[in-house]
Every structure is written in structure tokens, then in C-alpha cells.
Design a binder for this molecule. Structure first.
Ligand SMILES: *[C@@H]1O[C@H](CO)[C@@H](O)[C@H](O)[C@H]1NC(C)=O
Ligand SMILES: [Cu+2]
Length: 397
């Protein structure tokens, strides 16, 4: 009896859908690829003035012909990947602009970026400015690669959902076009991430293969999540800025990419967040393996990659945070009717220790100190609402 009812209902539903060309024909199944496409289409409409995002702070030079296009790492040609790697190697060797007595561990221009992040960690994570500050920070890194290392491309990103087998992906497979290989296999224990038990992956040792092999890490650790039995030395200074030379470790693993970073997981997070508070809270919550931001970090893990303060010292950090920025960009733009509202929402506190403390304001200036591009320091969060407004002019492809 119940079965018949279900079948009748199904038949009715099928007939109804089939018979009515409108409005159902317009309603396609939303996929992550559709979301990306709609976001890009809408971003370009905003640029040519056929759609409004409510912002008026657009550079006069930013238009459809001049807009920079950030691409997925695996979508770059081999030559483009080599050029990106060359630029990263350049900034890893370029001299620091920080005081050597204040920051003995800052040995390179690259380290300057890490110091700034270490310094600001509590005021730019689990806060209102989390996504805005990181958008600004990645853009500053991209700008440094271009202006200080003659890089001609733009910051690539890692699409979390693209590589269920992340270990053997073009990003981490260790070939000459990758961001270096995994850490060497060593025995180590997993970790507890909020309510989730994360198993140890196939790496954990020093990165000795690929273009970015055998980098020396100097700063930190400050909040290591690696097995203490690996014997990662403490920093000589409690602030982590002392010189603590050690190998760069990774434990690239498929734990998250297989089960928590699938296209359906990303799509669900995007489509179930009606406001920015829900969006950023579910994105960055550190309480389970299901949170996309920590999932990306701990898919690479290691030292310094698994240390929230020092994580930018992991050269793949920028690909991960590029994707986080793209994910936010997609959320803001993929639905025409939501764009104006989503683009200007701002919510949250100003220090991760005080979630109920003072609220952040969109007019709060953001700081990058020694890594701010010239003339681009102390810009308000509201200038970072869109990737094609304020100081920015880029989209994701
Ligand atoms: C990195 O160092 C190890 C150990 O010294 C060495 O065996 C390996 O060949 C080096 N890797 C590269 C790519 O230079
Ligand atoms: Cu960060």
C-alpha cells in the first residue's frame, strides 16, 4: 500500500516535470562547476556594468580586458608551473627586510611573510577579518613575486575537490613541475582535531624530492601538531622569532581529500550558508575534519604547515589559501540576487581568544607591515569585499 503510494507520487512527479517546460527547465542541478561558472560570469558582468555588486570603489583601470586570472595549479602549463616555482625559489633566497636582531629567524624575504603572519595570528583567525586579511596577504605575496622576482603570472590555487589522491597530484607528486614531494616516510602518530581523530599519513619526514626540496625552516614552531617523538626542536625564543634551523616536513595525505573535500562537500558548504557569519564559521571551524579550511591545512600538515602561526612558511600555503579566497569569491557571486548583500556583509570579533569580545568593523584598517606592497598599508576591510574592487583586479578561472 505504502509502496504503491510512493510509486504513484514518483510517476506524478516525473510526468509533472516532463510536461511543464517552464519553470522547471530553467532549474538545472547545481554543481560545483556551475557555481564557478556563474561566479565568473557574474564577476565579468559586474566589470562591464551590466550587473551591480553595490560597490563604487573600483579601479578605473580594472575591466574585462585587464583583469588578472588566477588558475588552478594543475591547469597551469608545465612552463607556467616552472615559472611559478622559479619565483618562489627567488623569494626564498631574497634578503629579509626585517631587523636581524629583532627577528633572527627571518633569513629571507619569504620569511618576512611568515613573521607578519605569526605576529598577527590571533587577530586574523576566527575573526571578522579572517577572509579579508588573508585576501590582502595573498595578494601581497603575489605582488612580491611579480615585482621582486619578476614573475609574470598570478597566484595559482589548489582546488581542494580536484584530487582525491592528493599525494599523487600535480601539486605534490614530486616531479619537476610540482611544489615538491611529500615528506619522507617516517613512523609517527596522528592527531586529534576537535572531535575527529586524524590518522598519520604516508609522509611526516623531511621533503627531499622535487623542486622545493631541502628547504631550511628557521622560524617557530609555536604550535606544532606533529608527533613530539619526531624531535622537532623548540625555538630558542618563546615568541618563535629566534633562528631554529631544521628541515621542512610534510605529511601530505588523502584522509581529507577522499572523504571531506569532495565536490559535494564544497558545494554543500557553499549552498547552505545564507550569511557571511555562517559561511565563515563553518568554513574555518577547527572542531572537526569536515571544516574545509583546516582540512586543507592538515592535508599537507607537517612542520611548519601544521602550525597555525607559522603555516605560511610551507610553500603550498598560498595555493591552499588561494582556494579559500576562491571559495569565498564563489559564495559571494554565484547567485545574481545575492551579490549585493553577500559582498558587503561583515561579522565577527577581533581576537580569536575573545569570540564574544569587541566586534570587527568593515572600516577597521588591516596591516601587513613589512610585506605590504608600497603605498598599500592600513587599508580598511571594506576595500577587500570584492576581488575586482579596492586595490584588487582579479578573478578565478
Ligand atoms: C636533499 O637532501 C638529501 C639528503 O641530503 C639528498 O639525498 C637529496 O638528494 C636532496 N634532494 C635534492 C632534490 O637536492
Ligand atoms: Cu592564516
Amino acid at each position: 500500500m505504502a509502496g504503491t503510494t510512493v510509486i504513484k507520487a514518483l510517476v506524478a512527479a516525473l510526468c509533472f516535470t516532463g510536461a511543464s517546460a517552464w519553470p522547471f527547465s530553467k532549474r538545472q542541478t547545481l554543481t560545483l562547476a556551475t557555481v564557478q561558472k556563474q561566479a565568473l560570469d557574474n564577476a565579468l558582468k559586474v566589470l562591464d556594468g551590466t550587473l551591480s555588486d553595490g560597490l563604487t570603489n573600483r579601479l578605473s583601470t580594472c575591466n574585462k580586458n585587464t583583469v588578472a586570472v588566477r588558475k588552478e595549479y594543475g591547469d597551469l602549463s608545465k612552463d607556467e608551473r616552472k615559472e611559478y616555482i622559479r619565483a618562489v625559489q627567488c623569494i626564498l633566497k631574497a634578503p629579509s627586510k626585517l631587523s636581524a636582531s629583532k627577528y633572527p629567524g627571518a633569513k629571507s624575504r619569504y620569511d618576512d611573510f611568515t613573521v607578519v603572519h605569526m605576529n598577527m595570528t590571533p587577530s586574523v583567525h576566527a575573526t571578522a577579518n579572517f577572509m579579508h586579511w588573508h585576501r590582502y596577504y595573498i595578494w601581497a605575496y603575489e605582488t612580491a613575486l611579480r615585482t621582486e622576482c619578476d614573475y609574470k603570472g598570478y597566484q595559482p590555487y589548489w582546488d581542494w575537490s580536484k584530487y582525491p589522491d592528493l599525494v599523487n597530484s600535480p601539486i605534490f607528486n614530486g616531479d619537476e613541475w610540482s611544489m615538491g614531494g611529500n615528506g619522507d616516510p617516517v613512523q609517527h602518530t596522528g592527531m586529534q582535531l576537535g572531535t575527529s581523530k586524524i590518522p598519520a599519513g604516508p609522509g611526516g619526514g623531511c621533503v627531499t624530492k622535487g623542486p622545493l626540496a631541502n628547504i631550511t625552516i628557521h622560524l617557530g614552531p609555536l604550535m606544532s601538531t606533529m608527533d613530539p617523538k619526531l624531535g622537532i626542536k623548540n625555538n630558542p625564543r618563546t615568541d618563535g622569532y629566534g633562528d631554529n634551523p631544521r628541515c621542512h616536513r610534510r605529511d601530505v595525505n588523502n584522509f581529507f581529500s577522499k572523504d571531506y573535500l569532495k565536490p559535494s562537500d564544497l558545494l554543500k558548504q557553499l549552498t547552505s550558508s545564507a550569511d557571511i557569519k555562517t559561511f565563515q564559521d563553518t568554513l574555518q571551524s577547527a572542531t572537526s575534519a569536515g571544516a574545509l579550511h583546516v582540512g586543507g591545512h592538515f592535508s599537507i600538515w607537517g612542520d611548519p604547515g601544521g602550525d597555525v602561526y607559522v603555516s605560511p612558511n610551507e610553500p603550498a600555503f598560498w595555493l591552499h589559501h588561494g582556494q579559500l579566497d576562491r571559495h569565498w569569491w564563489m559564495w559571494s557571486l554565484y547567485q545574481e540576487k545575492e551579490i549585493t548583500k553577500r559582498t558587503s556583509q561583515y561579522d565577527g570579533a577581533t581576537n580569536w581568544m575573545q569570540p564574544n569580545g569587541p566586534k570587527g568593523k568593515a572600516t577597521d584598517p588591516q596591516w601587513l607591515n613589512v610585506v605590504a606592497p608600497p603605498g598599500k598599508e592600513g587599508i580598511a576591510s571594506k576595500e577587500f569585499f570584492s576581488t575586482t574592487a579596492g586595490p584588487f583586479c582579479y578573478v578565478y578561472q
